[in-house]
Write a protein that binds this ligand. Structure first.
Ligand SMILES: [Zn+2]
Length: 255
């Protein structure tokens, strides 16, 4: 039940309780109506997109931070005033603390992409949580707050495991609805074409900021989305949560 999820979040995260009490909505456009009505928040354990008529999309970049490509991407985003979500790998966080702080300082959201990027299908629940917790801890220690959503490497997490992560850590699993298959390195023109042709209102767009062709595709991709009327939001805001960098949240396990 949503109430249980809310309690779970409070048990795991301390501070910013007012923000945590904000309902999670599947339809951001209905936020004002929902705020007036005593409706229990709906927190899906899996998000692939949001159903909305508003032309909102969330750009997500996985597998970084990369020491040279991620700064290039940040420049491209900053030039356009676009905020995105970075699903970072734990061991890379430790290598690039200043870059992590730049990502956050420029208004982007950080998500959890596990410590070492394994397929989690064969992992025990304890091992899954270890991959997540170690990464969340590193992110908190680096930028001052923990991630609030998970993207499993390759999207590999069974529905039962996603439920387990939501119950144990209050973190929804965020997959995607637009996949340009940029990991196959089809070239920047193909990446841009695929994203532009497949995007839709409420889309979660998958891409990787450790691939040069993807980063080089972003100016045309982002400008093309803007030309089509799309606006950009982070994952938290897309699903109806407050801005990630406005929340004073900390892992309860840290002091
Ligand atoms: Zn990945």
């Amino acid at each position: 039940m949503p109430t249980t999820i809310g309690l779970t979040r409070r048990a795991l995260l301390t501070g910013g309780s007012a923000a945590l009490a904000t309902p999670v909505l599947l339809r951001p456009a209905a936020a004002q109506d929902m705020a007036r009505a005593p409706v229990a928040p709906v927190v899906p354990d899996t998000v692939t997109r949001v159903h909305t008529a508003r032309p909102l999309v969330a750009m997500t970049f996985d597998d970084g931070p990369h020491p040279t490509l991620t700064p290039q991407l940040l420049d491209i985003l900053a030039e356009r005033g676009i905020r995105a979500t970075f699903y970072v790998i734990g061991w890379r966080v430790l290598r690039e603390p200043q870059l992590m702080r730049r990502i956050v300082a420029e208004g982007h959201e950080i998500g959890n992409h596990t410590w070492s990027h394994p397929s989690l299908y064969d992992y025990s629940d304890a091992a899954v949580l270890s991959q997540l917790d170690r990464t969340s801890q590193a992110i908190q220690e680096t930028v001052g707050r923990p991630p609030v959503t998970l993207r499993p490497p390759y999207g590999n997490l069974y529905p039962r495991q996603r439920r387990m992560v939501m119950d144990a850590r209050g973190m929804p699993t965020v997959l995607w609805s637009v996949d340009p298959e940029d990991w196959r390195r089809p070239g920047s023109a193909a990446v841009a074409d695929r994203i532009l042709s497949r995007s839709h209102p409420g889309a979660v767009i998958l891409s990787h900021d450790i691939i040069g062709g993807t980063v080089r595709a972003m100016p045309a991709t982002l400008d093309g989305l803007v030309a089509r009327g799309y606006q950009f939001t982070t994952v938290s805001e897309l699903i109806g949560w407050p801005r990630w960098d406005s929340r004073n949240i900390r892992l309860a396990s840290s002091s």
